[in-house]
Design a protein around this ligand. Structure first.
Ligand code: CP3
Length: 343
């Protein structure tokens, strides 16, 4: 078993810098399209054999140092009682967004085994299939990011309805966040019990908040989730996207590892976080389109800048884009391994 990823999360010395790629199982891989063409995205998420199969694709094709469960952050909202669909071109659609206390009261805090058992089945299958390969990462959406989908009813540019609720009816917004947090905690606990060996909390839209709003409305719920999962004894990763203006705050999340998007200068983050937090990141996903020599220079620079951290897990600064040639993703993995070996 290649444990470099888990060691780097804990800040232990490794013989190379481990790498995995956000959204590594997905549409840039022809192998993914083959499986996906037989069923809808949600059907794929709910089919443990097929979900496990696509989870393993990047492990076998790219040689990454960790697998991430194939699922989506939004399945929790369906489990809570929302009507979720993924439409071609449009992305996720939640037909009845939550905008009032009465609508919120309709949602449940689901029993994860009863409503999301397919996720735990996928994890169990994967642990068997990954036995001598790499560790498995489980994940969830952070309450703020989930709240944007819940309140907007889908993807959004400026999060108008979310912020409107936050600013004009903060009591309702906090109630909604408390319910999302309770659902998330039991979901992650179930993932850990099923065999997830690390957990990542995705806060994709955290950077849309002013620091004081992030501190008041988003961060306390992330802290609550991280604190509740500490007893599981596995590395906890918090990825707040677009976090350059939030470093003073994200460092108090309690997470063992903080994910960085590409807009952040790594040494600045390390100086801010201090000696107790490992980092993950932060290559610009679009830079994978560069010719190999230019791409290699960027990789070398990130490895160099990450050396002062307690631990460094190489990753992109956000999800890999569907237009990426798979050979380039493979080149990144090989280059990170080659340049970091023995250093
Ligand atoms: O990283 C992985 O390989 C594991 C799988 C994974 C998916 N979604 C699969 C997926 C993970 C970790 C996610 C997380 C996720 N989902 C996030 C947080 C990470 C981020 O990128 O910011 C968010 C915001 C979502 C919500 C979501 N899911 C959107 C907005 C969309 C549509 C747009 C898009 O990127 O496709 C999805 C669909 C989705 N989730 C796909 C995949 C492979 C594409 C579905 C398809 O096959 O058509």
């Amino acid at each position: 078993m290649n444990t470099t990823f888990l060691k780097a999360c804990r800040g232990e010395k490794t013989d190379h810098t481990p790498i995995w790629i956000m959204r590594q199982a997905g549409r840039y891989l022809p192998d993914y399209h083959k499986v996906r063409s037989q069923m809808t995205f949600l059907e794929l998420c709910k089919n443990p054999e097929k979900a496990a199969e696509v989870t393993l694709q990047p492990v076998d094709i790219l040689g990454v140092d960790a697998a991430i469960l194939f699922s989506d952050i939004l399945v929790t909202l369906e489990a809570m009682g929302m009507d979720l669909d993924f439409k071609e071109k449009q992305g996720p659609v939640l037909a009845h967004p939550i905008r009032s206390q009465a609508e919120l009261d309709q949602l449940i805090i689901p029993d994860p085994i009863e409503k999301l058992g397919y996720v735990m089945d996928t994890i169990s299958l994967l642990r068997t299939e990954l036995a001598d390969k790499v560790p498995l990462i489980g994940f969830c959406g952070a309450p703020f990011t989930l709240s944007t989908y819940m309140i907007e009813g889908g993807s959004s540019k400026n999060f108008f309805n979310t912020k409107k609720m936050m600013y004009t009816d903060p009591g309702l917004y906090h109630n909604l966040m408390a319910k999302l947090t309770a659902s998330t905690i039991s979901y992650l606990q179930a993932q850990a019990e099923a065999g997830a060996q690390a957990l990542q909390v995705f806060d994709s839209w955290a950077g849309s908040l002013a620091p004081n709003d992030f501190a008041e409305f988003a961060l306390p719920y992330v802290q609550e989730i991280i604190a509740a999962l500490k007893p599981a004894g596995i590395p906890l990763i918090y990825f707040a996207n677009n976090c350059a203006g939030l470093l003073d705050l994200t460092k108090t999340s309690g997470a063992d590892v903080l994910g960085l998007d590409w807009r952040v200068d790594i040494p600045t983050a390390i100086e801010n976080f201090g000696p107790d937090i490992a980092i993950q990141g932060n290559l610009d996903p679009i830079s994978l389109l560069l010719p190999e020599d230019k791409l290699e220079k960027r990789i070398a620079s990130i490895l160099e800048r990450g050396r002062g951290a307690k631990g460094h897990i190489f990753n992109l600064g956000h999800g890999i884009v569907p237009e990426t040639p798979p050979e380039k993703a493979k080149f990144v993995v090989e280059t990170v391994h080659r340049l970091s070996k023995g250093k």
